[in-house]
Design a protein around this ligand. Structure first.
Ligand code: ZN
Length: 714
């Protein structure tokens, strides 16, 4: 799956993977995908192989009741080793390459300098041409960076810092995003987002930020491995300074300053478990209060420089972070801040610059940190860039080619039947009182289903894309996106908007819009397969749909109402019952993670929402399948054409869609930063909580896939 961390809000997604692409480094972590070298088109077609569910994929020598993940995935895993340019390789990886191959063809066709091109083709085509022009990029050397380095060098006093921070925020891809941990832009993040208490309003949000490593733990943990990684990070920062033209001595000193400042910011940051509770980040302030919090930042200058409309109030996610940052700005001389800003500039721009910069960035962030052995081929890096920077321009052609109306209709039908299943579940449970049930049904009925792609496409006409400079194109696109988010402040909410692009292999629930969103990119095999029966589709994409719906009712989502307001609609007794059930999940998932190294433990409090969504989602999908079979006069335990019962096909299809090999380095990053459990737990923990699974494979009590203290929320 793709690992995407998204959106300025508390959006919850299906999968881990792209989180890193944005969080670790601008764009250099390979998402799971294909082969290492530039594929000729024939090879490419061969490699872009979609996995279709195949019941013979299971390993009959293994016992499903002992380790269902192994039983379902062993054969696939042993015949599909992780390619050298990948850190994560799954049954969805063929789809990722398939999607990207379609995007590549679209980009290549649009890149022919033909006067008859449409405005959209000009944007994506010239973007592609500039990105693929490696020799031009090499010849330009540091030229694209120089004006920005000069701006920082020209700063005369700390009072000028704010203006420069505002300028740099424009240039950072993803600067508008609120991650699970922080915003990955210099010093802090700024964006427009829906107010927690009144979702009809968009207000300004000021978020903690300023780090370059995945999260605060990477600066603060004191075990040998963590300390070694931080030492390697410092060496990397130094090398990047040298590559940008500094002397060895200067670079070493500057790297020390960067690590010192980032460590101090990490120390002050709220941790990702605390951030999961929206009331902890919903700190409303007036502009006067914001100014008093950090007098060293000139907020009047900042707001003017980012063209921020007036905001009713300001949400400051972590006031303590800003108190600490204020002290830091006061204590450190201007030269330290210049070094810090220079680093963030170089780091962010490095993927668009010379081979030496690209290689050094890869070496630390993708190789050392995530475990990749080789870089992604250039074409794939350029596809990722175009998808990030001009995603809704590029996505139109993808939808035309890969997402027929029949796929949309069948998905929507499944969504409706799964929503019906949740309605029945809410009505039938005994632990929720009628008054809370009524509210839950209102919320369920209020969910808006968004399938495939947005109803209107984003207008990129104001983004200046040229054939001559990829670095400039990335800056222009980042600036456009940053200001687009800021400009939402004070305006009506656009409910139709998406925060994932159409080819994305992921899905999300947005608690403040109360929408579920399934991009066309995931509505493909092995998740959605038009050629397969309901048992296969409910097991794979059905679980995904159920997962997103349950996010509206997980420990975080349940705190928002049908309109997206942070409002407690649970009676105290029902909330207590909920928390007990939730604790069962978080205790269960606080577990050893052998894949990430000896002694590494998952924090079930970080993954509770995702785990609740997995466990509830699979129930809904199974119940919807049962209803669908019933309409056809069949039952779950009838045998299908291949001799499996529908119940068995459902579970095997579920597990098969999550088979994945993961390098230990990235597994360790995931456990530290990501709210999703690793795939093996997304299968084995879930099925071991289910009597329905025990029944499917006639498992016995005491076997590993039959948990004595099974958890159940939904
Ligand atoms: Zn999720």
């Amino acid at each position: 799956m793709s690992i995407s961390k998204l959106s300025a809000v508390l959006v919850v997604t299906l999968t881990m993977p792209t989180a890193f692409a944005q969080n670790i480094s601008a764009q250099n972590i390979p998402a799971q995908s294909a082969r290492s070298v530039e594929a000729a088109s024939a090879d490419q077609a061969k490699e872009a192989k979609l996995e279709h569910f195949d019941p013979t994929a299971v390993d009959p020598t293994l016992d499903p009741c002992n380790d269902f993940y192994k039983y379902s995935c062993n054969k696939w895993l042993s015949s599909n080793p992780i390619p050298p340019d990948q850190v994560f390789w799954s049954t969805g990886s063929g789809l990722e390459l398939w999607n990207e191959s379609i995007l590549r063809e679209t980009l290549e066709a649009a890149s022919k300098n033909d006067p008859s091109r449409s405005a959209v083709q000009q944007k994506i085509g010239d973007y592609w041409a500039a990105c693929m022009d490696e020799s031009g990029i090499e010849a330009a050397g540091l030229k694209p960076l120089q004006p920005e380095l000069d701006r920082i060098a020209a700063l005369q006093s700390k009072t000028q810092l704010t203006q420069e921070i505002a300028h740099l925020h424009h240039l950072f891809p993803g600067a508008w995003q609120q991650g699970d941990d922080q915003t990955n832009s210099p010093l802090f993040g700024f964006t427009g987002q829906q107010d927690y208490d009144d979702a009809s309003k968009v207000v300004a949000q000021i978020d903690q930020g300023g780090l370059s490593l995945p999260n605060r733990d990477y600066y603060l943990k004191t075990d040998d491995k963590s300390k070694e990684l931080l030492t390697k990070y410092r060496a990397h920062v130094k090398k990047m300074f040298v590559l940008s033209g500094e002397s060895d001595t200067q670079a070493a000193a500057d790297a020390g300053i960067v690590v010192e400042l980032e460590t101090a910011m990490a120390q002050a940051q709220m941790d990702n478990v605390k951030r999961r509770d929206p009331k902890n980040i919903n700190n409303k302030m007036s502009l006067a209060q914001v100014k008093a919090l950090t007098p060293s930042l000139d907020w009047s200058v900042y707001l003017k420089a980012v063209n921020a409309p007036a905001s009713d109030h300001y949400i400051v996610t972590s006031p303590d972070f800003f108190r600490a940052e204020e002290k830091l700005i006061a204590e450190h001389p201007l030269d330290h801040w210049k070094a810090y800003l220079r680093w963030h500039l170089i780091h962010s721009a490095s993927p668009t610059l010379t081979k030496a910069m690209v290689d050094e960035n890869f070496d630390f962030f993708a190789h050392t940190l995530a475990g990749a052995e080789e870089q992604l081929p250039r074409w794939r890096r350029c596809v990722h860039g175009a998808d990030r920077d001009l995603g809704e321009a590029l996505g139109q052609a993808y939808v035309d080619r890969a997402f027929p109306p029949e796929s949309k209709a069948r998905t929507l039908q499944m969504v409706h039947s799964i929503e019906t299943a949740l309605g029945a579940d809410i009505e039938s449970v005994t632990w929720i009182s009628p008054v809370t049930k009524e509210q839950a049904i209102v919320k369920l009925k209020g969910i808006e289903d968004k399938i495939g792609y947005p109803s209107h496409w984003r207008d990129y006409s104001s983004v200046k894309i040229v054939r001559e400079s990829w670095a400039s194109n990335v800056e222009q696109s980042s600036s456009f996106e940053f200001e687009r988010w800021v400009n939402k402040i004070g305006k009506p909410v656009d409910r139709a908007e998406w925060t994932m692009t159409p080819p994305t292999i992921n899905a999300y629930y947005d608690p403040q819009l109360n929408t579920i969103n399934f991009p066309a990119g995931i509505l493909q095999p092995p998740f959605f397969d038009a050629e397969k029966d309901d048992a296969v589709n409910y097991g794979a994409i059905g679980m995904v749909i159920g997962h997103e719906i349950i996010h509206g009712f997980d420990d975080q989502g349940r705190k928002f109402d049908a309109h997206g307001n942070l409002r407690d609609w649970w009676t105290p007794e029902d909330a207590k019952q909920y928390d007990e059930r939730g604790k069962c999940i978080s205790d269960e998932y606080t577990q050893e993670v052998p894949d990430a190294g000896p002694g590494v433990k998952q924090n079930g409090l970080l993954t509770q929402g995702e785990d609740t969504a997995d466990n509830g989602g699979i129930h809904l999908a199974l119940n919807a399948l049962e209803a669908s079979l019933k309409r056809q006069g069949k039952s779950l335990d009838d045998k299908g054409p291949d001799g499996w019962t529908y119940r068995q096909r459902f579970f095997v299809s579920y597990a098969y869609s999550w088979c994945a090999s993961i390098r230990p380095q990235i597994a360790s990053v995931i456990v530290t930063t990501d709210p999703h459990s690793l795939p093996v737990f997304r299968i084995n923990n879930v099925v071991s909580n289910m009597p329905e699974f025990k029944q499917a494979f006639s498992c016995k009590s005491g076997q590993k896939m039959v948990r004595a203290n099974a958890c159940r929320v939904w």
